[in-house]
Write a protein that binds this ligand. Structure first.
Ligand code: ADP
Length: 180
């Protein structure tokens, strides 16, 4: 078997709704129950439909009865979404003092590992933990970008899909400064 080709993926910042992205895999900022929740999780389950929830339930029954641990990632079908797969990962809440940056980075690293195992070439991430989990976007953006750049992966394109202008501005500015 040929060795996997690991290069740094191209990074794009997109202002928009992750449920509308035509990529191989979208990442869900899931809650640990895997049964859906608010924010981006709710939007993904609403648009993806019952097939996403059915696979989440099966994963929960087989492996995650106590919940998907923070920082880990698992994949399901994307159901009716334009993507092929949803990669569910659980971000850390900002009030957690211990290991929170490591865990936020792990969400990105482990999601890319799952993407590699699926053969996904294009992956879209939301701004994990910056909604209900209360991370200031200015703290989360450099951790998310660094984690993607530091992860050996065969993914060719990573899109950060930012839902509002403020998040888009911060991610775009952080990435601009990084490249200088
Ligand atoms: P968390 O619990 O990880 O904080 P949230 O879903 O509350 O997850 O928020 C994560 C980020 O996703 C927030 O910046 C929020 O504005 C954003 N978001 C919410 N809905 C969407 C969507 N449809 N597409 C992309 N991003 C979204």
């Amino acid at each position: 078997m040929p060795a996997p080709c690991h290069r740094t993926p191209s990074i794009k910042m997109v202002r928009g709704d992750i449920t509308e992205q035509s990529v191989d895999a979208i990442v869900n900022a899931a809650n640990s129950s895997l049964l859906g929740g608010g924010g981006v999780d709710g939007a993904i389950h609403r648009k993806g439909g019952s097939a996403v929830l059915a696979e989440c339930r099966a994963l929960r029954a087989a492996h995650y009865g106590r919940g998907l641990p923070t920082g880990q990632a698992v994949a399901t079908t994307a159901g009716r979404l334009p993507a092929r797969w949803v990669i569910h990962t659980v971000g850390p809440v900002h009030s957690r003092t211990e290991d929170r940056s490591t865990l936020l980075a792990a969400c990105h690293t482990n999601s890319l590992r799952v993407a590699d195992s699926l053969g996904a070439a294009t992956v879209a991430f939301p701004a994990i933990s910056t909604g209900i989990f209360h991370w200031p976007i200015t703290d989360a953006a450099p951790i998310a970008i660094a984690a993607v750049l530091d992860t050996p992966t065969s993914v060719q394109e990573v899109r950060f899909v930012l839902f509002d202008d403020a998040a888009y501005e911060v991610f775009t500015q952080t990435w601009r400064e990084w490249k200088q």
